[in-house]
Design a protein around this ligand. Structure first.
Ligand SMILES: Cc1cc2nc3c(=O)[nH]c(=O)nc-3n(C[C@H](O)[C@H](O)[C@H](O)COP(=O)(O)OP(=O)(O)OC[C@H]3O[C@@H](n4cnc5c(N)ncnc54)[C@H](O)[C@@H]3O)c2cc1C
Length: 405
């Protein structure tokens, strides 16, 4: 339920995942928010697909947003691991079942983004496009003035940087803040149609291939969503990646997976449309997530590699925790440190965990690979149970509970 208005205004920079969720959480806390997005128009088709884990679904639900029923997602309670030769290595739960039976869902990023944007708009939240933040400054009254590339500006009592991994807000807040760190992996993916693979009901499959890692799921319609992670020690430039055609990626990927189960090559070959490719970065730690009237949430402060399937979920968690802190602590000097105290340890743990998973995907040494394939079945059976990941998947925010000052 909405708190009575505080007469405070927030400028939120970025309308990806964290931005619209923060706007809705702040609205509940009685703060009027407007979201400013760099894209000229809604980018509803940007990105491939991502996991929205049970913890993310849970906090979105607290804000009255039901992702599984609206985002055309694929429910994935479990993940099955295979070696490149087709040996089953084991399985691991993808999150927990919420009390009503809801499980983690894999959704197209663009669909999730559109759904959150539309939901925010339906609640009366303003979203302005073509507003690329270039800088901001603290106003004389302690508020904030945000400046955009088109020469316009916006004023508010506080500013929320939800502008993603290459955050401009972070750079203005702290020019010395750590830059995103390259993890040594490329991520590629696409959508395929053609190979007769039965629907992978409830399951996403992962193959630790000889030279690269492959993940896929097959929907009832026969559409296959896939991604690959390829080790690449030196970071490629954007120019290099954008200069590689999808046909060339198909050729390179087929070669990389030529010693692994045939199914991978068939899926890659049947890909329709573009194969997206990007270098995987993360931000393991940032000295601070706030300064004066500005605060960072989501990838802007703790971008995680996608290996743990948590980027969207922890961004949503940040947004709702920030909303609660601003509701219960009347000034940003108190609310922002409380937000950081409640979030830092958890998000840094996720980023580190995610990077560790990435390292197991790209093992070039044949002995180390053999060892991984021997140890993994035992490790998955004995350590990768829902209890061992409870710290991640059962994160819950009770909106009614007051934040301790
Ligand atoms: C185009 C795109 C595609 C992606 N594809 C995938 C994917 O396929 N798989 C996956 O796991 N994750 C993907 N991600 C990352 C994933 O969405 C995020 O890790 C996660 O959802 C956290 O969300 P966020 O809101 O913090 O950041 P983001 O989702 O990155 O959103 C940040 C938003 O801020 C906007 N922005 C950036 N700079 C400025 C500025 N100066 N002024 C105003 N607005 C600005 C961006 O345009 C974007 O809309 C993608 C992100 C983007 C932006």
């Amino acid at each position: 339920m909405n708190q009575t208005s505080t007469n405070k205004k927030a400028v939120i920079v970025g309308c990806g995942i964290a931005g619209p969720v923060a706007a809705m959480a702040l609205q509940r806390a009685g703060i009027e928010a407007t979201v400013y997005e760099a894209y000229e128009a809604p980018a509803d088709y940007a990105g491939l697909f991502l996991n929205t884990a049970s913890n993310g679904l849970d906090v979105l639900r607290t804000l009255g947003i039901d992702v599984p029923s609206r985002a055309d997602g694929f429910p994935i309670p479990r993940m099955v691991m295979w070696s490149g030769t087709g040996k089953r290595l084991g399985e691991v739960a993808n999150g927990v079942r919420l009390p009503d039976g809801t499980v983690s869902v894999v959704v197209k990023r663009g669909t999730l983004q559109r759904m959150l944007r539309e939901e925010a708009e339906s609640r009366g939240i303003g979203i302005e496009y073509g507003k690329r933040l270039t800088s901001y400054e603290v106003a004389e009254d302690g508020g904030v003035i945000a400046r955009f590339e088109d020469g316009t500006q916006a004023e508010g009592d506080l500013l929320v940087g939800a502008d993603g991994i290459h955050s401009r807000v972070r750079r203005v807040m702290d020019p010395e803040a750590p830059r995103p760190s390259y993890t040594g992996l490329l991520s590629l993916g696409g959508y395929a149609l053609g190979p007769r693979i039965p629907p992978t009901t409830d399951t996403q499959h992962f193959v630790f291939g000889k030279r690269a890692f492959f993940g896929y799921l097959v929907r009832e319609s026969g559409e296959i969503w896939w991604f690959a992670n390829v080790a690449r020690p030196e970071e490629p430039s954007r120019k290099e990646l954008s200069g590689i055609s999808s046909a060339e990626w198909k050729r390179r990927l087929r070669e990389l997976f030529s010693d692994d189960i045939d199914l991978i090559g068939e899926i890659i070959e049947s890909t329709q449309g573009e194969i997206g490719a990007y270098p995987v970065h993360d931000i393991p730690t940032a000295p601070t997530s706030h300064k004066g009237p500005a605060v960072l949430i989501g990838d802007a402060v703790h971008a995680t590699s996608p290996n743990s399937g948590q980027g969207a979920s922890i961004a949503a968690e940040d947004a709702i925790v920030l909303g609660k802190c601003l509701r219960d602590i009347p000034n940003t000097e108190g609310a922002f440190p409380a937000y950081e105290r409640l979030r830092r340890e958890c998000v840094e743990k996720v980023v580190a965990y995610s990077r560790r998973i990435g390292q197991s995907k790209a093992i070039s040494n044949p002995v180390a690979r053999w060892l991984r394939d021997q140890v993994m079945p035992f490790a998955l059976k004995h350590f990768a149970n829902p209890g061992s990941h409870a710290w991640l998947y059962t994160y819950h925010v009770d909106w009614e509970e007051k934040v301790a000052v």
